[in-house]
Design a protein around this ligand. Structure first.
Ligand code: HEC
Ligand code: HEC
Ligand code: HEC
Ligand code: HEC
Ligand code: HEC
Ligand code: HEC
Ligand code: HEC
Ligand code: HEC
Length: 654
């Protein structure tokens, strides 16, 4: 029947029924699609589980099982960067949701691509297996471009979320992972931890000579500190079998509290839970085996060892055993049962390091200043061990840090970002007049803060300078003999070493040392920026953008100095200098690409100088120590110091 002839009411009824049928069919169809999609997602998830390290170790329960009884600790841990250190690769884990919008990336050994396919992240890269077989050592910059095969790989794991992310793809054996050669770098991690950033070659995020390539494998090294109870399972790697396991990806409860499966199981019994509650105040008792450890109840050395298992330069007694079964350390036990802290030969002779030093002659230089102070970030435990407050007192990581009640960005306990961190023990300096007499700076000045002089930013890592965790006092000798910029000249960037030395003698009675001509007349910052080695240049580049240093020195002279560092041979130095320049008034929008086209980079210094002059140059500053006699840049002196640059290759093993 032609529809137009139907009575109105029936038509409506029939339209209604039709609509119902359409809805029903649509619902069925979409359910079908969902079933198909669900099955596909399930298959994809199962495939992923076969490729990544197995997430199960006897005795370990995993953070999810702690949540119901410890909701507050679970929540504070969940907000931490510890948790997100290693994650399965899902779009939710990306620090920038658009990072995998399809694009081509240009790097030292060819182009790569990234792409998102549904909820999967994919990359195209030079086949890492081919690379390992064909490339032995650094790439030759003058050789023709590599004619290397590329492969598409799904990203399986993601490392990091605070400063940068590194991405991992399947290697030649199951459960083994190779790094994608590009990292996603946040521009200003300290300002806005989740701000947008950019892709850069992995190598450029590390301080090392350009073009020193290589293929990173997660299972060999990173697993030690980026997961709970990692077991590399590499005994049969040569035969193509890798059996890597972890208790859990990321740094979770049982990294710091020890295996707790038994505890979680037992406490499900309400009677036991009640009894446990009664004997809650067992201060100082070591927990019985199988029970979790509360680091706050351990003595200062044991408590710090909980952190030192990862935040330290340590070596296992038996490397082969570690490569198979992982670390024997569990929180509460002595770290020395499983591994030894490495010390510089200036402090202790450690013959058991000889083989490693034979293989890597620069081993110590890559990690320590020549006087034995650790100089790389993330290795705070070695600094703590050398501190007088630890050796002769009870300083521990937990004197200043709290893991559950703190800002995730630094995990400092309440009030421990300032002088109270020291005054809790050095109470003799608590009275304001005593403090002023000791510091010689106005109360409240950044120059009066204990941290400023006793824990300056002389360690390097993650493209920034970090606070040294070896408590020490400023001296000029540390700078002239060991090359470590001292606290005074890292804040008073416009002053000479001679100036600092004079005040150190007058204020603290510290004996003067011999200085060379430049050290007497040129300020520390330009000296290290122009003449220094790559490690010194990186530290100065960071301090040229540091707020405290900017407040302690006049404006108007940083740009021409940073300009030189924008064309530094080391990508890491360039990245840091580029960030610092953005903090100089008038240069916030200056277009600069630290890892892009070398031609653009080479022209950056002149472009900066031109803008600097247009903005008024040194604003009438007559500062010979800053190479600005009469306010004009002394190009002859800049050239002379640049030619004298210490070009010995520097690698910092952060
Ligand atoms: C079914 C409840 C329950 C579960 C699940 C549970 N706990 Fe507990 N936990 C308790 C109770 C009750 C106490 C306090 C009594 C005690 O110390 O045994 C406690 C105490 C602790 C302490 C403090 C010990 C001390 O000496 O101060 C830590 C640390 C801890 N749990 C860690 C964990 C971790 C890690 C997990 C997950 C792997 C976990 N718990 C799972 C109930 C539970
Ligand atoms: C000895 C322990 C240890 C080992 C081994 C280790 N790391 Fe780390 N890693 C750390 C620590 C500690 C930090 C945090 C440093 C800080 O915040 O100052 C860190 C930070 C990082 C970050 C920055 C994360 C972020 O959120 O910004 C990356 C990326 C990283 N590591 C990559 C690696 C890779 C890749 C490997 C293996 C080749 C590796 N690490 C091996 C301890 C280690
Ligand atoms: C990186 C190390 C670390 C991680 C990871 C960690 N904790 Fe803690 N936890 C500590 C330290 C250190 C303390 C001592 C107090 C403090 O620093 O906040 C502590 C204290 C505790 C306490 C005792 C609280 C009290 O009031 O005495 C419990 C319970 C606890 N943690 C449970 C957990 C659970 C559950 C997780 C995972 C969801 C977890 N922790 C993850 C280091 C850690
Ligand atoms: C299993 C290894 C491991 C243990 C144990 C561990 N850490 Fe960490 N820690 C890391 C890694 C890896 C990072 C880098 C996380 C990131 O920044 O994404 C880190 C980051 C940090 C940060 C910097 C947070 C940030 O992103 O800026 C602090 C502070 C810190 N840890 C302190 C501690 C203290 C204190 C302890 C001991 C109670 C401890 N950690 C135990 C591995 C560990
Ligand atoms: C005397 C106080 C104190 C002690 C002790 C201490 N820290 Fe810190 N730590 C700090 C301060 C201050 C910062 C800098 C925070 C900032 O700049 O926001 C810091 C920063 C850090 C960072 C982040 C570095 C960065 O800039 O990314 C890590 C990681 C860290 N500490 C780990 C440790 C570990 C592990 C221990 C024990 C071995 C320890 N700290 C002992 C005060 C302390
Ligand atoms: C947990 C307690 C504790 C804390 C916290 C602490 N110290 Fe100490 N510190 C000591 C002890 C104990 C000594 C050794 C005193 C002695 O031998 O007379 C010491 C020694 C020193 C020395 C003397 C070095 C020497 O060679 O004689 C300096 C400098 C120092 N501390 C500075 C600091 C500063 C700065 C802070 C904060 C960043 C700090 N301390 C935090 C306990 C502490
Ligand atoms: C973290 C930054 C910082 C550090 C580190 C620092 N100062 Fe200062 N200093 C300041 C600031 C800000 C002022 C100006 C306000 C005041 O007087 O406190 C200042 C003022 C001074 C002055 C007086 C004004 C001038 O320029 O003549 C002298 C002298 C001085 N500092 C010397 C030193 C010496 C020597 C050291 C090392 C022992 C040192 N400062 C470490 C920030 C710092
Ligand atoms: C402007 C730099 C500066 C500041 C700020 C500063 N100190 Fe010092 N401090 C020094 C110098 C330099 C020495 C070394 C004296 C020596 O070698 O004899 C020293 C020595 C010490 C000593 C060793 C004993 C002594 O009195 O000689 C302690 C303890 C100490 N400082 C604690 C602190 C504390 C706590 C604070 C914060 C309230 C602080 N300092 C702030 C420069 C500073």
């Amino acid at each position: 029947m032609p529809r137009s002839l139907e009575p109105r009411s029936r038509r409506r009824a029939s339209a209604g029924r039709l609509a119902a049928i359409v809805v029903a069919v649509a619902a069925l169809a979409s359910a079908g699609v969902q079933v198909v999609r669900g099955a596909r997602a399930h298959r994809a998830a199962r495939a992923l589980e076969r490729e990544v390290p197995r997430e199960r170790v006897a005795g370990y329960a995993g953070s999810a099982s702690c949540r119901s009884c410890h909701p507050a600790e679970h929540a504070s841990w969940h907000a931490s960067y510890h948790r997100t250190m290693t994650q399965r690769a899902t779009p939710d884990a990306l620090i920038d949701a658009d990072a995998f919008a399809p694009r081509v990336l240009h790097g030292p050994d060819g182009d790569s691509r990234v792409e998102r396919r549904g909820d999967e992240l994919w990359v195209e890269l030079v086949d890492p297996v081919w690379k390992l077989e064909h490339l032995d050592g650094p790439l030759d910059p003058d050789a023709p471009p590599l004619d290397a095969p590329t492969v598409w790989r799904r990203v399986l794991l993601i490392t990091g979320s605070h400063n940068m992310q590194v991405y991992w793809v399947a290697a030649e054996s199951r459960r083994k992972l190779h790094a994608f050669p590009f990292a996603y770098l946040l521009d200003e991690p300290d300002e806005d931890a989740r701000g947008p950033g950019r892709w850069v070659p992995n190598e450029s995020t590390l301080l090392r000579p350009p073009l020193e390539g290589g293929v990173y494998t997660w299972n060999h090294v990173c697993i030690k500190c980026h997961a709970v109870a990692g077991q590399p399972g590499l005994a049969r790697e040569d035969a193509g079998r890798v059996e890597t396991r972890v208790g859990e990806f990321g740094i979770a409860c049982e990294s710091c509290h020890g295996p707790a499966a038994e505890h979680a199981r037992r406490h499900r019994d309400p009677v036991r839970r009640y009894r446990a509650h009664i004997r809650e105040d067992r201060e100082g008792d070591a927990p019985p085996p199988g029970e979790p450890v509360n680091p706050a109840r351990l003595d200062h050395a044991r408590a710090s060892e909980v952190c030192g298992q990862c935040h330290g330069i340590t070596r296992f007694y038996d490397d082969a055993d570690w490569r198979d079964h992982g670390s024997e350390f569990t929180p509460g036990r002595a770290l020395t049962e499983a591994m030894r802290a490495v010390r510089h030969p200036a402090l202790e002779d450690q013959p058991w390091m000889d083989a490693e030093v034979d293989a890597t002659p620069d081993f110590f230089a890559q990690r320590f200043w020549p006087d034995g102070m650790v100089r790389v970030g993330g290795r705070e435990y070695n600094g703590l061990l050398e501190s007088p407050c630890y050796q002769r007192g009870e300083l521990s990581c937990l004197s200043c840090h709290a893991l559950h009640d703190s800002d995730p960005r630094d995990q400092l306990a309440a009030g421990m970002g300032g002088d109270d961190a020291c005054l809790q023990c050095h109470a003799e300096l608590a009275p304001a007049d005593r403090r002023a007499a000791h510091t010689h700076h106005a109360p409240g000045s950044s120059g009066a803060a204990c941290y400023s002089c006793h824990q300056p930013h002389t360690t390097y890592g993650l493209l920034k300078a970090m606070r040294s965790h070896q408590i020490s006092s400023p001296s000029i000798e540390e700078s002239t003999r060991h090359g470590r910029p001292n606290a005074c000249n890292l804040c008073h960037l416009d002053r000479t070493l001679a100036w600092s030395m004079e005040h150190l003698e007058k204020w603290y009675g510290i004996a003067p040392v011999a200085l060379d001509d430049d050290e007497r007349v040129v300020a520390g910052a330009p000296l290290w920026a122009l003449k220094g080695d790559a490690g010194q240049r990186a530290l100065i580049a960071w301090h040229l953008g540091w707020e405290d240093a900017r407040a302690a020195t006049p404006e108007g002279w940083r740009a021409p100095l940073l300009a030189r560092l924008l064309n530094d041979p080391y990508p890491a130095v360039r990245i840091i200098a580029g960030r610092a320049l953005q903090r100089v008034p008038g240069f916030e929008d200056f277009a600069y690409d630290a890892v892009g086209d070398p031609g653009h980079r080479a022209s950056a210094p002149a472009a900066v100088e031109e803008r600097w002059r247009a903005l008024g140059g040194a604003h009438g500053l007559d500062a010979p120590a800053l190479l600005l006699p009469g306010g004009e840049l002394d190009l002859a002196a800049v050239g002379r110091l640049t030619r004298a640059r210490d070009n010995r290759p520097v690698t910092l093993a952060e």
